[in-house]
Design a protein around this ligand. Structure first.
Ligand code: SAM
Length: 282
């Protein structure tokens, strides 16, 4: 049997969110590579796990991976955890996994908590999604990154820390289409968990309205762009004018007759515009 590196997901807040298989694995391996030993000890002590620890973080990942490979070569199974959730998802681990694979050892995931998936599961957005993770911290790079992904036909999933939440949400509202919606998920699985869905344009005011709204760890989920890529600016203008006076169906039918655009596209766009205006975002 080849020795194995197990990639073990651990809780993102609530210590009970850990699988039986994760606990069995963490007990049985020879060593656990972890981001922060003190942090790992709190989790392991809770489950009475005494497996030795080895630090593996973004500053020593290459050397730590070599040490893991030495243990694997000696025939010992090893595990990798991060401070929270799934290793290698906006966390160290990918380079170690690549090195262990290249050395010919098995890598086995033990799935479990992940903040992005937890938030997505409670957001209520359908269809494909794109996990972006953290945007660049510098304002120019952040805005360029947003311009680059703005047109992806997918729900966008971001991570953000409390000290940057206000500026990041302001940029999302300024750069992405105003018809899009956002889910702000904070403190998932913890005492003060909050998951709020609102028009993107309303999000800066929601953050400003209560200092607690700006506290904790955040996942931001933004709905896919509105289905109006097929509409040229003139059709959009005509539809909006008609919509100001008429019910959705009639506005879409007349706009189709005037512009020659497909009625279904105009109807879908009209519905989105009407929904957003009734939620106060237009
Ligand atoms: N590997 C982790 C995972 O699987 O989700 C992510 C680690 S990343 C360094 C930390 C970021 O994940 C936080 O800044 C926040 O954006 C998000 N996050 C982690 N725990 C969270 C929680 N309980 N509630 C909301 N967001 C969380």
């Amino acid at each position: 049997m080849t020795a194995t590196l197990f990639i073990v997901a651990t809780p993102i807040g609530n210590l009970s969110d850990i699988t039986l298989r994760a606990l069995e694995t963490l007990k049985s391996v020879a060593v656990i590579a972890c981001e922060d030993k003190r942090h790992a000890r709190r989790l392991l002590a809770h489950y009475d796990i005494r497996t030795p620890l080895l630090a593996l973080h973004e500053h020593n990942e290459r050397q730590a991976a070599e040490r893991l490979i030495e243990r694997l070569a000696a025939g010992h199974d090893v595990a990798l955890i991060s401070d929270a959730g799934t290793p290698a998802v906006s966390d160290p681990g990918a380079r170690a996994v690549a090195a262990v694979r290249a050395a010919g050892f098995r890598v086995v995931p033990i799935p479990g908590p992940n903040a992005a998936i937890a938030a997505l599961s409670a957001a209520g957005f359908e269809g494909p999604f794109c996990f972006v993770g953290f945007l660049p911290p510098k304002v120019g790079a952040r805005r360029t990154a947003l311009e680059g992904i703005k047109s992806l036909p997918a729900t966008l999933v971001f991570y953000e820390a409390p000290h940057r939440i206000v500026e990041t949400v302001a940029d999302l509202a300024a750069i992405l289409e105003p018809e899009r919606e956002i889910v702000i998920a904070r403190e998932l699985t913890k005492l003060f968990e909050q998951i709020e869905r609102m028009p993107l344009l309303a999000a800066p005011a929601w953050l400003a309205s209560d200092e607690n709204h700006r506290r904790g760890e955040f996942v931001l989920i933004v709905s896919a762009p509105p289905p109006h890529e097929g509409l040229d600016a003139e059709s959009e203008r005509i539809l909006k004018l008609l919509l100001a006076e008429l019910p959705v169906k009639q506005a879409a039918r007349l706009a189709a007759a005037i512009t020659g655009q497909p009625k279904n596209d105009l109807y879908a766009r009209a519905l989105a515009l009407r929904r957003n205006s009734s939620e106060g975002s237009l």
